[in-house]
Design a binder for this molecule. Structure first.
Ligand code: PRP
Length: 180
């Protein structure tokens, strides 16, 4: 059972649900009278994205992107590749990028640059988790769920070696799991 690999739960399902509803309300307020394009960054954001949009009451459209930052293990490098692009033109649109976690900020810095060149009316970032202590790129989220310390977290979309994304909470793995 994957739960046995978890040392402790950092954010419970209830804590996440409460914060997601609050963020949805903040976003509804911000996008009043607009129809934003809400972009899910695969794969980590999938659970957060689906929960967030179902709590939003604003009319919106959705799309998906996959980017990968080269670099091994826990540290992302400054190079970002577009593995799956949007399927719609964002010129004049209000774009909301949905991320699970901001670490160095490299991924979103590059992504914002790429999308910004397509002349959207506005680009905002919502991230569920923010590790500001790890930031190296000059970028901050516009909306964020939780600020967390520099710990390796899994669950609610976030993986270790592609596993644990389906944990309904955010947790810390036992060292024995990744020291193998
Ligand atoms: C994670 C996360 C962000 C990025 C954050 O994605 O979803 O995209 O890393 O790191 P950064 O701020 O240092 O750039 P990952 O590459 O693990 O892909 P995944 O979402 O498919 O798990």
């Amino acid at each position: 059972m994957m739960h046995n690999d978890v040392e402790y739960v950092m954010l419970t399902e209830e804590q996440i649900d409460k914060r997601v509803r609050e963020l949805a309300a903040e976003l509804d307020e911000y996008y009043k009278g607009k129809i934003p394009l809400v972009v899910c960054i695969l794969k980590g954001s999938t659970l957060f994205f689906t929960d967030l949009i179902r709590r939003m009451e604003t009319k919106l459209t959705t799309d998906f992107m996959r980017v990968s930052s080269y670099g091994s293990g826990f540290v992302s490098s400054g190079v970002v590749a577009l593995e799956k692009d949007l399927t719609v033109d964002i010129k004049g649109r209000d774009v909301l990028i949905v991320e699970d976690i901001m670490d160095s900020g490299n991924t979103l810095f590059k992504l914002k640059e790429v999308l910004g060149s397509r002349e959207p009316a506005d680009i905002k970032i919502v991230t569920l988790l923010d590790k500001p202590c790890r930031r190296t790129a000059p970028i901050q989220p516009d909306f964020r769920g939780f600020e967390i310390d520099d710990k390796f977290v899994v669950g609610y979309g976030l993986d270790f070696e592609e596993m644990y994304r389906n944990l309904p909470y955010i947790g810390i793995l036992k060292p024995s799991v990744y020291e193998k």
